[in-house]
Design a protein around this ligand. Structure first.
Ligand code: GLA
Length: 381
């Protein structure tokens, strides 16, 4: 940690520096349910976005993306989009805060990270959360944890144009070590689940692909789910989110816009059930069942929700056929990124070598591997 501080210091002018960090996340199950008011089961990982803040009287705010070797400087109050996408995540949050009446003075901040970008571990939410935790502290804004989650969520919708849910920010802020959180994204109630996987451990495999329709594909799914909800509400106005539907038979008499839209609704109902079942299986130490649910989740994401891609499907099938693997599925928004895999502790290396050879042979791309530990949420360091 001291090393990170030394590096950050070298990017900032001399003087007092405050340090903050926020973690990336995994999501064991409950994909695309967050923006449908459903259930998710995420946890923070031991990879972080690290920030240093230094106040000054420059009348400007300057951001240094240390790993990219880029800097952006804006005047106070000039919270508009810039060319550098990474800076927009920060400016967007200032924009939302200032629309609520918060006022800032000049400062400079620098950040670095060991969360792989585009891997589905939510480096962008970690960026926003670490920044907000820092801004909250250095300016004494008295924002609650939920205020931070909502601010980032609003910035994504209004400023970045991504209609995401609260999964990523929630995990980055609220997590505790060795635990997963089962969150109801509608009521915001959550429960901590002890995440000891017994003789098994979690391995993430990064396909190292990111198909270029990531954000349009994501927003399309949000729109399809909205269409499904509108059709359901025509027959049953009491339904307020797609996640109010628990029995897929209830979807049979609805006049959906298309079969595709119905498929999206069926997936969400099944995925919410899987979250409950998996949390229960974890509590019972039934890792076999956990694994089965991961495979089922992947099948739904691939066939009914259609957010997988050939690279992800290949890895999941490869691990399904390999010994000592209990379960595997794509993780996050989809169209690339990582799979999450439950593998016997003593066999992780063997599985890793197998996947490395087979994946490279098939796609001519080297995958990356991350054995992650569940960590605590954002704060100072
Ligand atoms: C991305 C979004 C999240 C969530 C997942 C899919 O990570 O940022 O809000 O919708 O996709 O579960």
């Amino acid at each position: 940690m001291e090393d990170v501080k030394v590096q950050i210091r070298s990017f900032l002018h001399k003087g007092e520096i405050d340090f903050y960090r926020a973690p990336g996340r995994i999501n064991l199950i409950g994909e695309h349910t967050d923006y449908n008011g459903g259930l998710v089961l995420p946890g923070a990982i031991d990879r972080y976005m690290y920030f240093g803040f230094a106040m000054n009287n420059s009348g400007r705010i300057t951001f240094h993306a240390m790993d990219l070797k880029e800097s952006v400087s804006i005047p106070l109050g000039g919270y508009n989009k810039v060319e550098e996408e990474w800076a927009n995540y920060l400016i967007g949050n200032l924009n939302v805060l200032s629309s609520k009446g918060y006022v800032f003075t000049g400062f400079e901040c620098a950040f670095t990270s060991d969360i792989p970008v585009g891997a589905g571990m939510s480096s962008s939410s970690a960026l926003e959360c670490a920044f907000l935790v820092g801004v909250n502290d250095v300016f004494n804004l008295h924002l609650s944890n939920w205020d931070i989650v909502h601010n980032s969520h609003q910035s994504n919708h209004k400023f970045m144009g991504v209609r995401g849910g609260i999964l990523d920010q929630f995990a980055s802020i609220f997590s505790s070590p060795d635990e997963l959180l089962m969150l109801n994204c509608d009521s915001h109630e959550f429960k901590k689940i002890d995440a000891d996987f017994g003789d098994y451990s979690l391995l993430l495999i990064n396909t190292n692909v990111k198909h270029n329709h990531v954000s349009s594909g994501y927003n399309d799914r949000v729109a399809e789910c909205q269409s499904a909800l509108n059709s359901i509400r025509q027959q049953n106005p009491d339904v307020s989110t797609l996640s109010d539907i628990w029995n897929i038979e209830d979807l049979d008499n609805i006049d959906f816009e298309s079969t595709t839209v119905k498929n999206r609704a069926v997936f969400i109902a099944n995925e919410n059930r899987r979250v409950i079942e998996l949390a229960l299986a974890l509590e019972l130490g039934d890792y076999q069942r956990c694994g089965e649910l991961l495979y089922q989740g992947h099948e739904g994401l691939s066939m009914r929700y259609e957010v997988s891609c050939p690279e992800l499907d290949f890895l999941v099938q490869l691990l399904k056929d390999a010994p000592h693997v209990l379960g595997s599925r794509m993780m996050g928004g989809g169209f690339g990124g990582c799979t999450i895999n439950l593998i016997h502790k003593n066999k992780v290396d063997a599985v890793r070598n197998h996947a490395l050879i087979m994946y490279e042979q098939k796609f001519d791309i080297k995958p990356d591997f991350y054995q992650v530990r569940l960590s605590g949420g954002a704060g100072s360091f």
